[in-house]
Design a protein around this ligand. Structure first.
Ligand SMILES: NC(=O)c1ccc[n+]([C@@H]2O[C@H](COP(=O)([O-])OP(=O)(O)OC[C@H]3O[C@@H](n4cnc5c(N)ncnc54)[C@H](O)[C@@H]3O)[C@@H](O)[C@H]2O)c1
Length: 245
């Protein structure tokens, strides 16, 4: 019996990095998983032939696309037990290079996207009187790591997660937030070209290594599962101790 046996889990950003690992883990634990992503080709390449995975092309900033995706899933599978708002983008730009368009784009995808996901999935969870939502923020929302729209958008994720936890606990719905540190995924590919940067990050990390997608996905699996039945509004930092210093 898997830890997510017979659950239906909707994972955004399911075509790459941590989201891809979540889809893998969740299906291995007995869930049917909806891998949603803006990158349709990557979805097809990764999950096209997996019968435990339903792929959905979704731009998380689109209210209409969210509505269509959620209705499609509920029509086909009858419910959504778990939502992981994981899709996101980052920027390497410093304060002087950031444009207003950059700020709006990051806020839109990273901050507004999770809001829309909750807006569309919560009514179904409310009707079912159960559900687990895990929102992916970042350690940059907690410590001073860049005056940029990325940190700001991830701070928004923290705030809306707490609000949703407070508002929807009465309906049996749990909402928790995960704050990854530096994790080796396509998003942090830029690190491959700077061994110096990697060495300095590792030096600042008590557990003395960068994170891997499974470090985060294992924690998300726990929070998504019934093992975390009394956990809501929690904030779990997964950064090897980086922000504890
Ligand atoms: N990698 C890190 O070091 C790190 C650290 C902290 C937080 N995070 C967060 O973790 C999450 C996953 O990041 P990752 O490292 O796996 O990145 P990734 O780039 O490997 O994967 C992100 C996925 O999101 C998808 N995506 C981007 N914009 C989208 C949109 N508008 N609609 C739907 N899908 C979209 C991409 O196509 C991609 O498949 C992100 O929210 C990221 O901000 C990452």
């Amino acid at each position: 019996m898997g830890r997510l046996q017979d659950k239906v889990a909707f994972v955004t950003g399911g075509a790459s990095g941590m989201g891809e690992m979540m889809v893998k883990l969740f299906t291995a634990e007995g869930a049917t998983v909806i891998a949603a992503d803006i990158n349709e080709a990557a979805l097809e390449e990764k999950w096209g032939s997996n019968e435990k995975v339903m792929t959905v092309k979704l731009n998380v900033t689109s209210d209409e696309e969210w509505e269509a995706a959620v209705v499609k899933v509920v029509d086909k599978l009858g419910k959504i037990d778990i939502l992981v708002n994981n899709a996101g983008i980052s920027t390497e730009k410093g304060l002087n290079e950031i444009t207003i368009e950059d700020w709006r784009k990051l806020s839109d995808i990273n901050g507004f996207g999770p809001f829309l996901g909750m807006k569309h999935v919560l009514p179904y969870m409310k009707e079912a009187a159960k559900g687990s939502i895990v929102n992916i923020s970042s350690y940059t929302a907690l410590i001073g790591m860049g005056l940029n729209p990325y940190s700001a958008s991830k701070g928004a994720v923290r705030a809306i997660s707490r609000a949703a936890a407070a508002d929807f606990g009465q309906y049996g719905i749990r909402v928790n937030t995960v704050f990854p540190g530096v994790i080796e995924t396509p998003m942090t590919k830029v690190l491959e070209s700077s061994q110096e940067m990697v060495a300095s990050l590792v030096k600042m990390t008590p557990l003395a290594r960068l994170g891997q997608p499974e470090d985060v996905s294992n924690a998300v699996l726990f929070l998504a599962s019934d093992e975390a039945a009394y956990i809501t509004g929690a904030e779990l930092v997964i950064d090897g101790g980086f922000s504890a210093r």
